[in-house]
Design a protein around this ligand. Structure first.
Ligand code: FES
Length: 148
């Protein structure tokens, strides 16, 4: 009989403990540093690869310091069909960086993400924990001006 094996070698409990520690680090420091990943791996008896894999899988965790305002634009199909590409280009123009970058002054980080659960108001984005939808270039400019 064949068995299906997943690449995920962590048990439910290990994953739960790991996510708790990573979320705490993200909350306390704004990202999960290499040292924090090493320390977490040692304390939970996991490999660095397992910790790194989980850290980079979740979009709410970051392995680099992020800006004061983290802009996450949804790139999933429903938002794509509602001109998310235009919104991405508009944000890039407004703040002068591309997805995956942080402005030199540390004010904005710009990320693309999968569905944020706001498909009914596509195209949508998050700035930190606030959801914005039915985005247009005019709305983008107004929202970004409000980021102080
Ligand atoms: S597809 Fe964009 S919020 Fe769901």
């Amino acid at each position: 009989m064949n068995t299906i094996q997943t690449q995920d070698s962590l048990t439910g409990r290990e994953r739960e403990n790991l996510l708790r520690k990573l979320k705490q680090a993200q909350h306390d420091f704004g990202y999960v540093s290499k040292d924090m990943m090493t320390e977490t791996a040692q304390s939970l008896g996991l490999s660095i690869g397992e910790v790194y894999g989980i850290t980079t899988f979740y979009s709410f965790l970051s392995v680099r310091p992020l800006g004061k305002f983290v802009i996450r634009i949804c790139k999933s199909i429903p938002c794509y069909m509602q001109n998310a590409e235009m919104i991405i280009a508009c944000v890039a123009d407004e703040i002068g960086i591309k997805p995956g970058e942080t402005t030199g002054d540390g004010k904005f980080s710009f990320e693309l993400t999968n569905c944020i659960g706001a498909c009914d108001i596509a195209p949508a984005m998050l700035i930190n924990h606030q959801v914005y939808g039915q985005l247009t270039p005019g709305k983008i400019a107004e929202i970004l001006r409000g980021c102080e």
